[in-house]
Design a protein around this ligand. Structure first.
Ligand code: GRG
Length: 308
């Protein structure tokens, strides 16, 4: 099957999972739920849940346990986009081809919708514990305990990577260092946290939930590091070279916000070469894991060659 067709089918599954786990009941808090839905349903490539589901199957995962985590990571990512677009941060008017949440619902509701998505992500991932059935034979109880430990570890990753030692940490450095000269080390800190942390969380959670060995987990961590760096450098390249129609958001936002990027430091050609070398290394690491990584490798290539 062609990669594009496979990808469409996989995105359709992710949409179903997201729909299943988004909140359905409301009373007086309806506006915030509408604002959450508005940005969650605006499309988006769904790359983080896809990386999670693919890593989960690469390590032999077959249960539904991964689904609440897949929905949760997209909720966390969407919260970060809503907050990043706010007037106090990037002050962007368009995202995913639509007006941003604060333009449509006001700044107050956009702040609350971001907070609500983050909180609901943890409520959602917690539902994975309910999917583990209680057992009564000795072997089955051992298996149940093993699954519980895997879900606990995945939950810890989901709570820490978006935080101060992950995405928020990177975002703080990005905000505080904007307008200042940056060296490669500071830029790497920003990229590996602001962008890399959620990509790493997605792949690590997939591996941990599937019961991967420590060696497998270490390898996937390296793959995720390369994918996260390459993904962000490609984002910098697209900010300079893509069209509004391709991106669904404003171009040249880095320049507008006075940001130093990999492209401003090294130029477009060196940036493209860096993306190519990071992705080649990621792909050969995936090969070294064994198992069927065919789609995951194509996905890594797509993320890195993407036009949106
Ligand atoms: C404001 C809490 C807070 C965090 C900000 C993730 C982030 C940190 C800001 C979003 C803006 C940005 C450019 C982040 C870098 C990561 C990135 C390239 C995000 C866009 O992800 P895609 O391309 O977006 O997967 P879609 O819309 O396809 O889901």
């Amino acid at each position: 099957m062609m990669f594009e067709t496979q990808m469409k089918e996989k995105v359709a599954r992710i949409e179903q999972i997201i729909k299943k786990y988004m909140p359905k009941e409301y009373s007086l808090q309806k506006t915030v739920i509408d604002a959450m839905d508005y940005t969650m349903s605006a499309g988006g490539k769904r790359i983080r849940p896809m990386l999670m589901l693919e890593t989960y199957s690469l390590f032999g995962g077959e249960e539904l346990l991964v689904e609440p985590f897949a929905a949760a990571i997209e909720m966390i990512h969407t919260y970060s986009l809503i907050h990043d677009d706010l007037p106090a941060l990037d002050n962007d008017e368009y995202r995913r081809g639509r007006k941003t949440a604060h333009i449509v619902y006001g700044e107050d509701m956009a702040i609350l919708a971001g907070d609500a998505l983050l909180n609901y992500a943890y409520e959602t991932a917690g539902k994975a514990f309910d999917l583990i059935e209680s057992q009564d034979t000795v072997d089955a109880v051992k298996e149940e305990l093993k699954l519980r430990k895997q879900v606990e570890r995945a939950y810890q990753i989901l709570t820490s990577k978006p935080g101060i030692y992950g995405m928020i940490g990177g975002q703080v450095a990005d905000v505080e260092l904007t307008g200042q000269p940056l060296d490669d080390a500071k830029l790497r800190y920003i990229y590996e946290n602001k962008t890399g942390a959620l990509i790493e969380a997605s792949m690590l959670i997939g591996a941990v939930l599937a019961g991967a060995t420590e060696t497998g987990i270490e390898k996937i961590k390296k793959v995720a590091y390369n994918v996260g760096m390459a993904f962000q450098i490609q984002d910098d390249i697209l900010d300079e070279t893509a069209t509004f129609e391709q991106l669904g958001k404003a171009l040249h936002s880095d320049e507008k916000n006075g940001k130093v990027t990999y492209v401003t430091l090294h130029g477009i050609e060196a940036s493209k070469a860096q993306v190519a070398s990071l992705s080649e290394e990621a792909i050969s690491l995936l090969d070294s894991i064994g198992g069927n990584a065919t789609y995951l490798k194509l996905l890594v290539e797509y993320m890195i060659d993407r036009k949106n």
